[in-house]
Ligand binder design. Sequence first.
Ligand code: SF4
Length: 63
Amino acid sequence: MPGRHPVVELSDCILCGICEEVCPSVFYLSDLGYVQVAELAEYPEEEVDAAVRNCPKDCILWK
Ligand code: SF4
């Protein structure tokens, strides 16, 4: 599906770092202390889905 991208609901994020561990090409902890989503033309579906599944707060979604 074109244009689909992952979003992190920052208000629920506890900065556990699991998304970055599972899918470092997309998720990273910024210097400002929150999770950022890399700007990519296309996102690796399986890795992002793994991050979605493993996020303990269920705060990663596809939009
Ligand atoms: S896995 Fe979820 S709770 Fe943990 S840092 Fe990533 S978005 Fe935040």
